[in-house]
Design a protein around this ligand. Structure first.
Ligand code: FES
Ligand SMILES: [Fe+2]
Length: 480
């Protein structure tokens, strides 16, 4: 396991020893202090470089383990112009292959499904699920070739937390090393016990990074989601100056590859101390006097509107909280956590207590470099994933996965899974909060194309997750 490196601070903007020296990066793509030039989002050549050098060399989430319930189940993972088939070869093995026939290159499988062997739709060559060649029609007419030469070309595949990761780089570091420190920090959240409850994709008129950027900071919350901290959630009027004084503050933390932000409450004078204070016991809805009610409403709104991150169990615990007794010496949050724990344990779910230090280190949302975001929470989580839509830099497929812990007796239950994709997010019933976020995608893109705009000017406290992505990407883009 590699060591977590501390960022060095250039002013405040982080950089790490071994980062690409700026002079090696063409000027129009060159990062400056807390500044990301727009060409990194808008240029077709830059996207091509990402497809060739970034996506071809990094580990990415291709699917979840539960999407491959039986032997022969497969999922296609497309990224840029690449296509990979991930297939369950046996009860214990999942393998991936480049999705190209060894005869004349035809794509072998599309979307998802279940097969006994992989059969090319063109001339019918066949492969076993382990990638070995099974049938070449009229093989004697071909130049003699070994079975090895005709086998499907493997793509490295490793698992963590119930996610199936693939990389096209045979020399990439092992997955756990690449993900460091995420596996250690996420351990208390037990992603392996979660399953996809729903998965919705939407084609957005923006760069794939713009889609992610909107979820990589919470600096936008006061501007985009003014109702979040109001009692009246239907009031989406722009935040008043008085409300802005009460806004939550969400500093970012960068690691060697990955980064996260933490919503920590009001801005503190000491950012370093604030970074360590994310606490799920502190949630509330402004303007509600009873702290139990305030806490409960904030949990319930997330579940009712976003349908994830919270779940129907935490919703019911919140409901019970409204009339629960809060004994001397405990907080509303303590009582909620106890109600939640008692409820899930009585219904057959595993529970483990998460310490304040573990909550603080986990923060709110992580960029799992390059194209995934994870939001750790007890019992439920969101994963977001963005991919370029073909080779158009102004279009992407953005997906939301609602992950939910399942009771112990369902760990081995096979489940049907049908992701939805919408070409217009307004058809997808995403709720108010996601709707507000998705609305930004187009407006950012339109504005970025203005000749007056040269690049993103980022907050050095709350938006370094975005900067960090580009800093890390440079390591892949400008090396051979
Ligand atoms: S292209 Fe696949 S069998 Fe011919
Ligand atoms: Fe948002």
């Amino acid at each position: 396991m590699s060591v977590v490196l501390e960022p060095k601070l250039n002013g405040k903007t982080p950089w790490f020893a071994g980062d690409v020296p700026p002079e090696l990066v063409p000027e129009k793509y060159r990062l400056a202090r807390a500044f990301v030039p727009k060409a990194r989002y808008l240029d077709p050549e830059f996207l091509q470089l990402e497809i060739d050098k970034l996506f071809a060399r990094t580990w990415q989430v291709a699917c979840r383990v539960e999407e491959l319930p039986g032997v022969g189940n497969f999922v296609e993972y497309e990224i840029g112009s690449h296509s990979i088939i991930v297939v369950r070869e046996s009860r214990t093995a999942i393998r991936s292959y480049f999705n190209a026939c060894r005869h004349r290159g035809t794509r072998l499988a599309k979307g998802r499904g279940r097969v006994g062997s992989l059969i090319c739709p063109f001339h019918g060559w066949r492969w076993n699920l382990d990638g070995s060649i099974r049938l070449v029609l009229d093989r004697e007419e071909f130049v003699p070739r070994s079975d090895d030469d005709l086998g499907l070309v493997s793509v490295r595949t490793e698992l963590w937390g119930g996610f199936v990761f693939v990389t096209m780089d045979p020399d990439a570091a092992p997955l756990l090393e690449y993900l460091d420190p995420i596996p250690r920090i996420f351990e208390p959240f037990h992603y392996e016990n979660m399953r996809i409850r729903w998965q919705k994709g939407v084609i957005l008129p923006c760069n794939w990074k713009t889609a992610l950027d909107g979820f990589l900071e919470a600096y936008h919350v006061a501007g985009t989601h003014p109702q979040l901290h109001r009692f009246d959630k239907s009031n989406t009027n722009i935040a008043s100056l008085k409300e802005l004084e009460e806004r939550t503050w969400s500093p970012t933390t960068t690691y060697e590859r990955h980064a996260h932000y933490s919503s920590v409450g009001k801005k503190k004078s000491d950012p370093a101390a604030a970074r360590a204070t994310k606490d799920p016991n502190v949630r509330g809805t402004d303007g509600v006097v009873d702290p139990r009610e305030a806490f409960a409403l904030s949990v319930q709104y997330i579940y009712d509107d976003m349908r994830g991150l919270e779940n129907e169990r935490s919703w019911r615990a919140a409901e019970a909280l409204k009339t629960a007794e809060v004994p001397e010496g405990s907080t509303t949050g303590d009582v909620f956590m106890r109600l939640y724990r008692d409820l899930v344990e009585s219904e057959g779910y595993e529970w483990n207590d998460i310490t304040p230090e573990q909550w603080a280190e986990a923060g709110t949302a992580w960029n799992v470099f390059p194209n995934t975001i994870l939001l750790p929470n007890q019992g439920s989580s969101f994963m977001y994933r963005a991919r370029p839509n073909g080779t158009d830099p102004d279009s992407c497929l953005f997906e939301i996965f609602g992950l939910d812990q399942v009771p112990v007796h369902e760990y081995d239950t096979k489940r049907e899974h049908e992701p939805q994709v919408f070409t217009d997010f307004r058809d997808g019933d995403f709720g108010e909060v996601f709707g507000q976020d998705l609305m930004n995608a187009k407006e950012v893109t339109v504005g970025m194309h203005s000749p007056s705009f040269d690049g993103h000017r980022l907050s050095e406290d709350q938006e370094m997750t975005i900067y960090n992505h580009h800093r890390v990407a440079d390591r892949f883009l400008w090396s051979d």
